[in-house]
Write a protein that binds this ligand. Structure first.
Ligand SMILES: C[S@@+](CC[C@H](N)C(=O)[O-])C[C@H]1O[C@@H](n2cnc3c(N)ncnc32)[C@H](O)[C@@H]1O
Length: 304
């Protein structure tokens, strides 16, 4: 089967059977949420969510290389006035299937819908759960470094005696800081909270995530030429992100309408690709020039 750089129609649990073992470097996906959008595509009852997900996860595990990563964007919904436990149960079941629950990132949605409920505030974040099959997975931390920020100019201009040596935590936590380590650094590592606005404009899909979200993880966990799979690709956002970053993609989608939307988006990018790649290269060149090599581990500065 021809699968590289294709949007494939069908249930990912079935379609994936045609993909070879160990053929994918990153799985990045946002599956249908339990019952959440019953009117727009098949919802799954929260109580049956784990049983529905796990056979598909078995296929994800088979196609993912041992050096690869699986990022699952998901959030538990509220059922009968409390958060349902299907995400927690899913994590436990994934571990039983042989996955490592390596890390969890938080997507802080900078422009969440307004609203308020009598017993809670509005939902402003989603989980991005990282699973691996091995502890030795590929990770390119330098690719997501961020500018150090303006605070550094003032803070590092006048260093005290304490700033020049390792200052042990006063609460005895074992954490220390050496502020002078930051002098001359233009770029620093981010933390595990990703601040990104949702994209509200029309993608012909009610649950599309912003293009920059898959891009961030594609840069972090893959190199150009690697293969990125989104088994619930919807309007094709992950495929577009992969293409723009010179990675290969495989997208799978159950709804024929969404497949059509995703294919249109992908073709648009494929036509514009030579220009996009030239831009990306220029951007990468600049980033590589300003980013210092990270010989020493970063030590967070505690304010005060
Ligand atoms: C949350 S949406 C993904 C949206 C996508 N991230 C985007 O940016 O457009 C989940 C998608 O999974 C699709 N889907 C549901 N069950 C599926 C299955 N068994 N196999 C493949 N796709 C499925 C739905 O049609 C829906 O488009």
């Amino acid at each position: 089967m021809e699968y590289l750089n294709q949007i494939l129609l069908g249930d990912c649990g079935e379609v994936l059977r045609d993909l070879p073992d160990n053929s994918v470097d990153l799985i990045f996906t946002s599956p249908p949420y339990a019952d959440q959008r019953k009117n727009t595509y098949g919802g799954i009852s929260p109580d049956k969510y784990v049983a529905w997900f796990m056979p598909r996860a078995e296929q994800f595990r088979r196609v993912l290389k041992p050096s690869g990563t699986f990022i699952l964007n998901i959030k538990e919904r509220v059922v009968d006035g409390e958060r349902h436990t299907y995400v927690i149960e899913l994590i436990l079941e994934m571990r039983r299937q042989g996955w490592l629950w390596t890390e969890e990132y938080m997507w802080h949605k900078k422009n969440s819908h307004p609203g308020k409920w009598p017993n809670r505030f509005r939902d402003n974040w989603e989980r991005l759960i990282q699973f691996n099959t091995s502890r030795a997975f590929k990770m390119y931390q330098e690719a997501v470094m961020i500018p150090v920020g303006d605070w550094a100019k003032d803070r590092l201009a006048k260093l005290s005696q304490t700033d020049l040596m390792r200052d042990e935590s006063r609460v005895g936590s074992g954490f220390g800081k050496n502020v002078s380590n930051w002098v001359g650094r233009e770029m620093v590592y981010p933390n595990n909270v990703i601040h990104m606005a949702t994209e509200c404009y029309n993608r012909n899909h009610s649950a599309a995530f912003p293009l920059d979200l898959p891009k961030w993880f594609i840069k972090l966990f893959t190199e150009p030429g690697d293969v990125v799979l989104d088994p619930f690709v919807g309007s094709g956002t992950t495929a577009v992100a992969a293409l723009q970053l010179s990675r290969n993609f495989v997208g799978i989608e159950l709804s024929p309408e969404n497949v059509a939307t995703a294919k249109d988006r992908v073709s648009e990018i494929q036509i514009a690709l030579p220009l996009i790649i030239a831009d990306e290269r220029a951007e990468y060149q600049v980033a590589a020039d300003v980013a210092p090599r990270a010989e020493a581990p970063m030590i967070p500065i505690q304010e005060g």
